[in-house]
Ligand binder design. Sequence first.
Ligand code: HEM
Length: 187
Amino acid sequence: MYGLVNRGLEDLIRSTYGDATWSRICQTRGLDAESFSTMQAYPDGITYDLVGAASAELGVPAAEVLERFGAYWVLYTGRQGYGELFKLAGRSVEEVLGNLDALHGRVGHSFPAFQPPEFTCTRRPDGTLHLIYRSTREGLAPMVVGLIRGLGEHFQTPVAIEHTVVRGDGHPHDEFVLRVSTPQSPP
Ligand code: HEM
């Protein structure tokens, strides 16, 4: 994945647990703590390795690391200059979820080796949202849970997330049912 992702994880760990923790995480995997360039594509294995090492160092499951990282992503990409792109994607959780492929399509102009995920979001008669997440990569559903949580925090609209279809065992993708609350106040 692009270095932007690894750098996002780095930023989360450094800001929450300190520089020494990030250095130890990199050391255990023989990686240089200063090495990731945001615009360069790296093998996915490096990202998975960093998540695994962070999980071991922090004593939390890898899924928890991915979820926290997902929740941090909206804030992080905003600081990295992608805030306007994000604003274009919509003004509510539902709007952004409906425009994620367009958002990643625009991001792809700057990242030639981009392999973006695909999302389909539809509103069901009972008012809940049905989200399908497709990816060339496995194991990132917890990141999606965190991303949705992060969107909810950004728009100050708590989201209840149910992971209704788990990829694997004959299911080629993940599905979620989301219950989005009314905004508490305008973002
Ligand atoms: C302006 C905001 C955003 C930017 C700049 C951005 C950019 C990126 C980049 C560079 C990657 C790495 C892909 C690769 O290296 O091939 C990525 C992956 C991903 N993005 Fe985004 N993204 C944004 C917002 C979002 C949001 C709001 C969501 C979902 C709610 C999302 C879901 C994902 C997921 C799940 C992946 C992991 C890749 C996979 O599933 O295969 N992104 N994004």
